[in-house]
Design a binder for this molecule. Structure first.
Ligand code: UTP
Length: 472
């Protein structure tokens, strides 16, 4: 649309104010503002303002919620053991056939971490400070060494970090991956909207835009042509993970195998919550469908409820690791994007509409509209959940200190690696409290599983107190 068409459209949806300062802007800023507006689906924006901002439906717990069933970390009986073995073999078969893609959602703004650059470029590992993106590339290269084809890696960015992400991969020669196997594409953005339903300007000549949530990945996969690219490559399964976890199993044959053997459309990994109100989404079952209910909306009484044996009744927490069939992602988009949008009230710096001066709000002043990937779960016919182990694959870096920080991520990584070395018979110095008294990093090229260390057993030496060790 040209400027005049955009102006007409904006007036028709009650958003003509975004051109308040237009006539006073230099031509390049006018063009930029027009381009920003033209890239938005203004009908969708108008609809979301009506439904998400002006008349939001109050949160409602789905009816008759029960704990969702899941496959336990360790099989409980011979039949389950047999199933896990079959599933692992099935996952390996899919990897050998090049049918599984890795998919990282890296479009978030990473405001808590405060890192100047895309989060995937953050130096994450405890010894070599490898960037998160390198951890994933090395994991995928290790799978290639084991199974043959190099898995294709799809990376979702967002407009603010897309160029920097592409440059980072180019500058690092794709960390050894084939450039044609690293597919980078941005998600959509949506404008932040004031509580009065008016789109906010960030400056007199630009909109306050933000990515449309991790659920937007299931739209972007389709819209960008990534799912069509997958179809051309013969990819049928997508392994979804978040950008902030350096020890994530980017593709896990057992999990993909269970998901595939059960014919699931979208599946999830879970961690048992450490305590009732732990800040993880809760896996629930309602009328036969899996739902993730965020900790903020989950009633305390349910969150804290215990079984007679003392275990939490709702113990399955979501860590945003999913397996999705490609055709399920396609189907979610066939009649328009199927996921709902949610409302988040945030502090959004913006321009004062009467003066154009910047406003730095001290309390939430705006609504961001985001979709969540787990809202696709109730749309499946079949969905499985598999329990994993915190130490094995969950060391997220969300903030500089405290929980889910660089420090906690380093500690978990060392804990995992110490356990792996000890299983291979290597002595690891521990403190009197039993914690590893050293820092250990193991590259994926050396070991994806503890048993991979066994052939090197003879060459591994004991790890002394305070040592920093890198096996690469
Ligand atoms: P987070 O909830 O941790 O958000 O995203 P964030 O934006 O990275 O960080 P904060 O909250 O501002 O500190 C979880 C995952 O979802 C991705 C993030 O990149 C991360 O991998 N994400 C989130 C997107 O890709 N797009 C979004 O719009 C939101």
């Amino acid at each position: 649309m040209n400027h005049a068409q955009l102006a007409t459209k904006l007036n028709s949806i009650g958003q003509g104010h975004v051109y308040t300062f237009y006539d006073r802007l230099p031509p390049e800023q006018q063009q930029r503002l027009d381009a920003q507006l033209d890239s938005l689906d203004l009908d969708l924006v108008a609809r979301l303002i009506d439904t998400v901002v002006q008349e939001p439906a109050p949160f409602q717990l789905p009816p008759d919620v029960k704990p969702a069933p899941y496959y336990p970390y360790e099989p409980r009986n011979p039949a389950e053991k047999d199933k896990y073995q079959k599933a692992f073999r099935r996952g390996e078969e899919l990897l050998r056939a090049g049918q599984v893609a890795a998919f990282v959602v890296a479009g978030g703004q990473g405001t808590r971490l405060g890192w100047d650059g895309p989060k995937g470029t953050f130096p994450a590992t405890p010894v070599k400070r490898k960037p998160l993106f390198q951890c994933f590339a090395e994991f995928l290269l290790a799978l290639e060494k084991r199974y043959g084809p190099q898995p294709t890696f799809y990376i979702m960015t967002s407009p603010p970090n897309d160029a920097a992400t592409r440059k980072f991969w180019r500058d690092h020669q794709y960390f050894g991956m084939k450039p044609e196997n690293v597919i980078i594409f941005p998600q959509d953005v949506l404008p932040a909207v004031g509580f009065d339903g008016k789109i906010l300007l960030e400056t007199p000549g630009s909109l306050a835009l933000s990515p449309n949530g991790h659920g937007g990945s299931l739209l972007a996969l389709y819209k960008s042509g990534a799912t069509a690219d997958m179809a051309r490559r013969g990819i049928t399964q997508i392994s979804y993970f978040q950008v902030d976890n350096p020890i994530v199993r980017c593709i896990d044959p057992l999990f993909i195998g269970l998901h595939d053997l059960d014919g699931a459309q979208m599946s999830s990994k879970m961690l048992p919550k450490e305590y009732g109100k732990e800040k993880l989404g809760n896996f629930c079952l309602s009328r036969g469908k899996i739902h993730v209910i965020e900790y903020s909306g989950f009633p305390d009484a349910l969150a804290e409820e215990r079984l007679p044996d003392g275990q939490l009744r709702f113990r399955a927490g979501s860590i945003a690791l999913h397996a999705l069939r490609r055709d399920f992602v396609e189907a979610l988009n066939h009649h328009g994007f199927a996921l709902p949008y949610n409302r988040a009230d945030k502090k959004v710096p913006c321009a004062d509409l009467s003066t154009g001066q910047p406003i730095k709000p001290e309390k939430p002043n705006a609504v961001k509209m985001e979709s969540f990937v787990f809202d696709a779960l109730p749309l499946t016919d079949i969905s499985i959940i598999y329990e994993t182990n915190r130490q094995d694959e969950f060391a997220p870096i969300k903030q500089p200190t405290g929980n889910d920080s660089v420090e906690s991520s380093h500690a978990i990584t060392t804990l995992r690696n110490a356990a792996w070395l000890e299983q291979a018979g290597v002595h690891v110095a521990r403190t009197t409290q039993g914690k590893p008294d050293c820092v250990i990093e193991i590259a994926s090229g050396v070991a994806l599983y503890p048993d991979d260390l066994l052939p090197r057993k003879e060459s591994l030496r004991p790890i002394k107190a305070k040592e920093e060790v890198y096996l690469g």
